[in-house]
Design a protein. Sequence first.
Length: 214
Amino acid sequence: MFFPQPIFMKGGFIMHLSDGVVSMPIVVASSAVAGGMLLHSTRRIKEVEIPKISLLSGSFFVLSLISLPVGPTSIHPLLAGLLGIMLGGKAIVAIFIGLLLQATLFQHGGISTIGVNTLLLALPALVSYYLFSYLKVKSYFLKGLVAGMMGVIGCVLLLITVLYLSSHHYSGGFFSVIRLILVGYIPLVFIEGLVTGFAVAFISKSRPKAIASL
């Protein structure tokens, strides 16, 4: 029988879910999907792309460990939008490496849930990549802003979906876990949107080839 475990750490919400938080069927299914996507992406990596993937994986590893206080709780950067814009479909490789290191070195997230956590970030990163590529706007800042915001929104929506499907305990009561997550991550939507927008605008002028292309 599945018993939901706490998903709070140091007063904040963990976007990287720990072992025992989600039900076993979701763990198995997400691990299979993430594994397939990861295998497909690694086969398409070119040698010249390895430094960029390594750099962004390291940046994700460090920055997503930072907790930002928001009211009674805290949140942490996700970078799904920026990773998607820079790496496209190969963002899942950088995300998986970063999550694996966080889980093994700092117990930030779980080993059994690494498939879930990878998809929580990789799928929104992929959406952000296509949104950025097809958005008919000339301003790189605006395109990055929208993609960065959608990256966070996608992560949060996937997280609450996974929690709801795992156990209805996460959605019960006025101060339910799902409701607190929705409120807690609202500031990050705008923060990451702005950061991504400025970053992409700068990169587009200094090193435009660093941005992933369709």
